[in-house]
Design a protein around this ligand. Sequence first.
Ligand SMILES: *Cc1c(COP(=O)(O)O)cnc(C)c1O
Length: 655
Amino acid sequence: MNAAPSPLDLQSARRPRSAKPAAEPIVPRWTIEQSEELYRINGWGDPYFSINAAGHVTVSPKGDRGGSLDLYELVEALKQRGLPLPILIRFSDILEDRLERLTSCFAKAIARYSYQGSYRGVFPVKCNQERHLVEDLVRFGKPHQFGLEAGSKPELMIALATLNTPGALLICNGYKDRSYIETAMLGQRLGHTPIIVLEQLEEVSLMIEASRRLGIQPILGVRAKLTTKGVGRWGNSAGDRAKFGLRIPEILAVVEQLHQAEMLSCLQLLHFHIGSQISSISVIKDALREASQIYVELASLGANMQYLDVGGGLGVDYDGSKTNFHASKNYSIQNYANDVVAEVKEACAARGLSVPTLISESGRALASHQSVLIFDVLGTSEVRSTEPAPPSETDHAIIRELYDTYQSISISNYQEAFHDAEQFKGEVTSLFNFGYLSLSERAKVENLFWACCAKIIEVVRQEDYVPDDLEDLEKIMASIYYINLSVFQSAPDSWAIDQLFPIMPIHRLNEEPTQRATLADLTCDSDGKIDQFIDLRDVKDLLELHPLQSGQPYYLGMFLTGAYQEIMGNLHNLFGDTNTVHIHLTPKGYQIEHVVKGDTMREVLSYVQYDADDLTEQIRRRSETALQEKHITLKEARLLLQNYSESLSRYTYLS
Ligand SMILES: *Cc1c(COP(=O)(O)O)cnc(C)c1O
């Protein structure tokens, strides 16, 4: 157990909103527009997420094409159906809308530049392998001959079985052994169009042998290591030291080997991938220019070039700032499509070559928006500051002085007051350590100190400018909100690579969020926290939240989590998969298409090789012994066993 206190022994301690006398009429001074601006929902959420007049987040799964639902009410309805939080909600309509957007942007670019070729996107399965999602994607992609990309053997298994769109491409990437290559080639016999992308020199001879053995002429591609480096967190997918891909001399060696084997006509595709979440359009342009030149050169060497595959990298604007910050991107999908089409067209025109079919492997841009993770707050821990009582004559001088400081705090002296309060607190620690102050005296001083801080913060928040030395005050006074979630399981990138996801309450958005907080999850790990949040500029350390109301749930949503998070999650502290539902908008409302129940404790324990029945039997035997030795009563033993065995079939999260 690391530092974080257990949420279980928390009394939810709230700072009283002292300013409001009970008789005052409730005038909603805080507007939903203020919430929109604060949480930047129009920046990252448009056109799918917004706030309604009731102060709830609404979802428009079909984007601009109409229809919406109230996310808060949906969560309540799911709870009524026995689906406790945390819950992952997938909106299949959003996935469809994203796919339509991507393909229509390419269609527009192709029309705009009179490009004499077509676009055939593929979805990289690694981005979200969940069956319902991949099946939906294949179905939505049918009209556009949208295909799949496999980066490993298991993903190839998924793609071969799931893809059933005539003419759609099946791009085969990743490390390949003989059985991978054979399976991919035999896919042709099932009516697939597999393209085997050579990423390592050793794969060439394996592939030539397999082709001879099976008598199948494969369609081949090469993955080039570009000099252009992606920037940011995933930037090292390119460059000379990248893990995958062939350098130019190696590409020439492949051409030579294929030529020797009389298979050069099989080489039809050039692929590159400079990394995920490329924030800057200029990086993409550089890569396109380099790749287009390699493409035309390959054609002039006699390869039968037909396809240019620009890989992934199409970014998502997680913070809504439209900048080249790592959590954002400074271009639209349309800009991206225009640049791909224009750059490739220009390079081919210069050589009098016919243009290739364009392929992108956009995963993040397709899958991120469709899932929302909803979780509740179990309790909070905050610095309590109650109105301090005036000191008596007998109190230590330092207490009386600090009380005077407290009383004097105003807009004109708050900075000085803060320094005084800090100094008194420091002195008190020394006095206490030398035995001159009792524990209760020290408690009085600490209470007074926090009361000073709370009063100073109220003043500081009204000021436009915060003096440097008071900047940390908000952090010192911040609350911790304990969330019913495992960051390791549900948002691993938030933990592993500090990825930012928009997080906000999904209700009470017509109320001012008066608290500033960081989030701590259920795990006992001090890393199981979220203390970086999206902001217009850079990031912020604290999230504005509402004080908890007793007996009322408080729901937070983490948005844009549909790419990469689900599969990489791990069982830290044995918190398992969350409940998942798929929601489809209907003319009358919505329909719950699939419910995937989250892991039970029994399941999670079996992943680490514990058998739930064996465990129960152990407990039964030990209770039996304790009973004989009269350490436990029959009633207690029965309660223990009942709780134990019931827990095993329950959700791993708190209810
Ligand atoms: C990860 C990956 C992708 C997907 O990238 P996104 O940025 O999510 O679109 C595409 N192609 C390859 C080869 C990849 O490794």
